[in-house]
Design a binder for this molecule. Structure first.
Ligand code: DCB
Length: 344
């Protein structure tokens, strides 16, 4: 009798150990490359959206984590395969965002910047990274201002890259201004650009900006866009935005809106003003709970607090950064991505 009991206990113990080993393995979702050497894109494949969630090809919820370029008009030197490989292998980055501004020396006056986006995408294809093509509406505020350019640009990108699961389209970074409303401006713009992309790419994720620098996700949730695999932008800067913005986001999620944090900073909304580690961690707890993907702003050596490199570090774009080349924010974000700082 005793022997039997012992036997049963042993079987239970084995089951418990086996199960916890398996669930550890489930954490492969936090790795850029897993123990078998498979990249993020090899493992997660064609992404899709179901209700508020981003899913892998085999239907598991997925939270991608990565880094944004600084404006490519200044930081093109980092949009290369060497740097992206370093970010993948040393920083455990799964997704890269190529931020192409329109004004402020961006694409409208320097159309050759498209080639820096192309460099980013080509590198991502080689490295098995996901890549966001970001149409960086910012000081130009109203996406309709350059809508014709957006239609041509995304048409070309979708024709060239629409068949690769690596690519996500971010069609309108941060619309802003009282006159730039969801119903009147952003939604009609998005519907036009989405229709153009969908001519060539039936399924890759399209991320749509929301009013007030991509904060009013609750407004978009009241009147979402028809279509598949559409997500909505939520941006935060830890020194400026906190619980109030998370409450808005929660409302949107409850309505079924799928959110993607394509930009978030450890600093204030200006890009400077200090590094707010504790407040940033509060955000990460929220994003983990809801399995919302996030991308950190940004890879620059300009010397601002949100920038990942110290001033003037790596002026050639070689990667392989040593600790003294990383800013406070750089060291902090790297540790988070490497899972050395645990998110509650
Ligand atoms: C966003 C923009 C991004 C901007 C960062 C930080 O703007 F999408 O382009 O980056 O957040 O402000 C900053 C750079 C600076 C640069 C400046 C102009 O970090 O080095 O000088 O762009 O190119 C936001 C986000 C939120 C809010 C305001 C802005 N907000 N904004 O909540 O008020 O006005 O730039």
């Amino acid at each position: 009798m005793k022997k039997r009991l012992f036997h049963a206990l042993f079987v239970i113990l084995l089951a418990v150990v086996g199960f916890s080993l398996l669930s550890c393995q489930g954490d492969d979702r936090l790795l850029s490359v897993d123990k078998q050497g498979r990249t993020a894109v090899e493992r997660f494949g064609q992404l899709r959206v179901e209700g508020p969630r981003l899913l892998t090809a085999d239907g598991r919820p997925l939270q991608l984590r990565g880094i944004s370029s600084y404006g490519l008009q200044y930081a093109a030197k980092y949009a290369n395969e060497g740097v992206l490989r370093w970010l993948r292998d040393d920083w455990n980055m799964q997704i890269w965002r190529a931020a192409m501004y329109l004004s402020e020396g961006g694409y409208i006056t320097q159309p050759s910047q498209k080639e820096r986006v192309v460099d980013s995408v080509e590198a991502a294809l080689n490295l098995g990274l996901y890549v966001i093509i970001d149409w960086h509406v910012h000081l130009d505020r109203n996406p309709q201002m350059y809508q014709k350019y957006a239609l041509d640009f995304f048409s070309e990108m979708a024709q060239r890259y629409g068949s690769y699961p690596n690519v996500l389209y971010e069609i309108c970074n941060e619309p802003n201004g009282k006159d730039v409303t969801w119903n009147g401006v952003i939604k009609p713009y998005a519907e036009a650009v989405i229709a153009e992309i969908r001519k060539y790419d039936p399924d890759n994720i399209i991320i749509v900006g929301t009013p007030t620098w991509s904060q009013d996700v609750d407004i978009a949730a009241r009147d979402p866009i028809q279509g598949t695999n559409i997500m909505y932008t939520l941006h935060f800067y830890a020194g400026t935005h906190g619980q109030e913005l998370r409450d808005k986001a929660e409302k949107a999620i409850e309505k079924g809106l799928a959110l993607f944090v394509t930009e978030c900073g450890t600093s204030k909304a200006t890009g400077g003003g200090g590094v707010f580690e504790d407040k940033f961690m509060e955000w990460l707890t929220f994003l983990k709970k809801h399995q919302i993907s996030w991308v950190n702003w940004s890879l620059t050596n300009k010397g601002e607090d949100s920038g990942l490199l110290v001033m003037n570090a790596d002026r050639e774009g070689k990667g392989h950064w040593t600790d003294d080349q990383l800013s406070q924010s750089g060291k902090f974000i790297r540790k988070i991505l490497r899972n050395e700082i645990k998110v509650k």
